[in-house]
Design a protein around this ligand. Structure first.
Ligand code: TRP
Length: 370
């Protein structure tokens, strides 16, 4: 075992009851396990997550139940395990520290569905039907709006409030869900008593990154993504095939920098601003070819991706990521049960529930949420 692992996954080195941390506020965010993370995730959320792990007590969800709202064919479900592993490995490679953060698989915490169920009467169908991204997701998946998809924000509210998170760093496409979460928290607190914080979104540094086609936001399903796990030759090939300025026929034609994804990537990933500005000037003046700019972009991307590949490799041994996910899920499960206990008590389910739970605890048995 490498030294980094020996220190990071040993249970004694981490604060086992993250909830008990009096200093750092709780943060929750995550992704659906639909495939490897790409450069768009890196600028949109990952870098931000890496920065935030010092100031916050961070939990990262692998939201497989959310994935089921649009991708629920047996073949898609069969990919969850591998995709969860990739997701966590990508995040670790990008710099998240397993000794300080918690990763968990949503479906291993079934209590979150109970919490989502209790939240369902705190939000109207009308409110959910007005969220544009849900309609888009239904359309993109070629399915009718399912009950589950309409409830997507309610389940997300349950994820966030289960661990009583105060900060939720997500992309713009998720702001509406965090807003629903805030409404649910407010309404719950007003109706039953103060249990939940009202979580805030935390913005990333570049909200979205255009794809290699220069047309739409980078996305695996659009085939315009550079994955964090792409090997160097694949990165080179993708960059060399990138869209630039369609009106530029030769290297001496003055080119457009604005809206040109090659320069958008240089701005997002390059550290040497003087060199980038000089390239832009030469590009505008028709004094540099696309190939030279792209070759420089490959260099810039490799300086970002290569250290991430190496770090990723240190966690790649079979079982390491799996253990992190299992232990993290167990911690979040304990936390969610405690939240459910507070919720039931606040809602007034106390009497019979409390007696049953006390009896179950004495008998060493396990009622859900006991
Ligand atoms: N909705 C997120 C996505 O776009 C995934 C997600 C599920 C999530 N639950 C969450 C994000 C809780 C932040 C907090 O994939």
């Amino acid at each position: 075992m490498s030294p980094v692992l020996a220190s990071s996954v040993s249970p004694s080195s981490r604060n086992d009851s993250a909830a008990a941390d009096p200093v750092r506020p709780r943060l929750l965010t995550g992704d659906r396990p639909t495939g490897p993370l790409h450069l768009g995730h890196l600028v949109g959320t990952l870098r931000n997550r890496v920065r935030l792990q010092d100031a916050y007590d961070c939990t990262f969800i692998v939201a497989d139940l959310h994935m089921l709202t649009t991708r629920n064919a047996p073949e898609q479900i069969a990919e969850i395990d591998a995709n969860a592993r990739t997701l966590v490995l990508d995040a670790l490679g990008a710099g998240l520290d397993p000794a300080r953060v918690t990763f968990y698989l949503q479906s291993l915490v079934p209590e979150v569905l109970e919490l989502a169920g209790l939240f369902q009467s705190l939000v109207s169908v009308n409110r959910l039907e007005r969220i544009p991204s849900l309609k888009e997701m239904a359309r993109d998946s070629g399915q009718e709006m399912s009950f589950a998809l309409l409830g997507y924000p309610v389940l997300q509210a349950a994820d966030i409030l289960a661990v009583r998170a105060e900060a939720v760093p997500v992309g713009k496409d998720n702001y509406a869900y965090v807003e629903v979460t805030r409404e649910i928290a407010r309404r719950f607190n007003a109706r039953y008593g103060e249990v939940f914080p009202e979580p805030e979104t935390v913005e990333g540094d570049v909200p979205t990154l255009v794809g290699t086609d220069g047309q739409r936001k980078m996305s695996k399903s659009l085939g315009n993504a550079i994955a964090l796990s792409d090997p160097a030759p694949v990165v080179r090939k993708k960059v060399m095939g990138m869209f630039t300025d369609p009106n530029r026929l030769t290297a001496t034609t003055p080119g457009r920098v604005e809206g040109n994804p090659v320069f958008a990537y240089l701005d997002a990933f390059g550290a040497d601003i003087a060199t980038i500005e000089a390239l832009k000037d030469r590009y505008r003046a028709g004094r540099v070819g696309d190939v030279e700019v792209k070759a420089y972009l490959v260099e810039v991307l490799e300086s970002v991706l290569q250290p991430m590949r190496e770090r990723r490799e240190t966690f790649a041994a079979p079982g390491v990521v799996e253990t992190l996910i299992e232990e993290g899920s167990e911690r979040v499960r304990t936390e969610t049960r405690e939240t459910l206990r507070l919720v039931r008590t606040a809602m007034g389910f106390a009497g019979v529930h409390t007696r049953l739970h006390r009896r179950a605890r004495k008998a060493g048995g396990g009622l859900p949420g006991a």
